[in-house]
Design a protein around this ligand. Structure first.
Ligand code: ATP
Ligand code: MG
Ligand code: FE
Length: 332
């Protein structure tokens, strides 16, 4: 099948074409309006999606040499995400499917982050564990098949991407700060400072403790030296990143032991983090894991991953009625 997929769950407007399971292209328009606000402003996100969606879809079609008439289905992100943002993509997809008289496919965004692993080689084999780490989620997922997944651990409060971004904000870095912490960390001493893990039930995560600890740490150090951040930015970022990454990998090791699974993948925006990638390579050697890390292009939000999920849903005959609506808190 040839499918057009649309992603609009947060602050990226994206469209991709997939043909026989091969993603032909993946057009992403990133919204920069949020930089000034230290986070995504839902109202502005919806407006930007409305401006971007037509040109982004046209570019995806044109760049892949596919005509609208060639499409076998239209897919969209049904949830989870911001309601107003999801509505733009879903309304567009619904009208296009109706106009072309082809089926509509509703995709779960978190499932799609995981299925991004099937866009390129090497592909994980089932069953595998996926640590999904993004701006809104932190999950360990047991993946039994393309569309058969179970969350075995997740955050009780903030997502790890949020922990990165909020910490960056305390360091006066612009949004999203995760990639900047990563950048400064590369030239810092990761053992200069230490921040606490919060133990919660078995495979679950909690990031509110480290966030507060980081806030008080900066407040106390700034009292002694008002240039503390400026003079120690690399070390602060490297140390914080080491602690956040350890919180993630500690649970992943536990999960691998508990389920006896050595196929281990990471997905979501934070899987772009170089500290996490490096740590995973070390763990692969130590625990004899096969580790799967997606290309940077497919870590953060993109329609290529929505297209991949749509491909498998199409094969399973799992379609959506035209009366469907987005589900901001969608579960697997
Ligand atoms: P969700 O997928 O949970 O709905 P989202 O779509 O907003 O949330 P993504 O686009 O998958 O999330 O990821 C964005 C997050 O990834 C942001 O928090 C961003 O700071 C973080 N991120 C991106 N690159 C890096 C990096 N190199 N290091 C750390 N964090 C990063
Ligand atoms: Mg984003
Ligand atoms: Fe995402």
């Amino acid at each position: 099948p040839i499918i057009l997929a649309i992603e609009s769950s947060c602050d990226e407007t994206s469209a991709a074409i997939i043909k026989k399971g091969k993603v032909l292209n993946n057009i992403i328009a990133t919204q920069s309006v949020h930089e000034n606000y230290g986070g995504v402003v839902p109202e502005l996100a919806s407006r930007a999606h409305q401006q971007n969606i037509v040109p982004v879809v046209e570019e995806a079609l044109k760049g892949s040499g596919v005509n609208k008439q060639d499409l076998d289905a239209v897919a969209f992100t049904k949830g989870p995400g911001l309601l107003g943002a999801l509505l733009v993509g879903s309304s567009f997809a619904k009208s296009l499917a109706q106009g072309l008289n082809i089926p509509l496919i509703g995709v779960n965004h978190m499932q799609a982050h995981i299925l991004a692993h099937f866009i390129d080689d090497p592909k994980p084999t089932f069953p595998f564990l996926c640590l999904t780490v993004s701006g809104g989620h932190t999950q360990i997922v047991s993946v039994k098949d393309y569309l058969d997944m179970e969350i075995v651990g997740e955050t009780q409060d903030d997502a790890v991407g949020e922990a990165f971004d909020k910490s960056a904000k305390l360091l006066d870095l612009p949004y999203p700060g995760g990639p900047l912490i990563d950048k400064y960390a590369q030239n810092g001493n990761a053992h200069a400072f230490d921040f606490p893990d919060s133990e919660v039930a078995e495979l679950d995560f909690s990031f509110s403790g480290i966030k507060t600890a980081f806030l008080y740490f900066l407040r106390d150090r700034l009292k002694e030296d008002q240039n503390f951040i400026k003079n120690n930015l690399n070390d602060i970022c490297a140390s914080l990143q080491r602690c956040l990454v350890n919180m993630l990998t500690k649970r992943l090791i536990k999960a691998s032991k508990k389920y006896g699974i050595k196929e281990v993948a990471i997905a979501g925006g934070v899987s772009a983090n170089s500290g996490l990638r490096k740590r995973l390579d070390e763990l692969a050697k130590e625990y004899h894991w096969n580790v799967y890390i997606p290309d940077f292009e497919y870590c953060t939000d993109n329609a290529g991953m929505i297209a991949m999920a749509a491909h498998y849903k199409y094969l399973a005959g799992d379609f959506e009625p035209l009366t469907t609506s987005p589900d901001p808190r969608m579960k697997f």
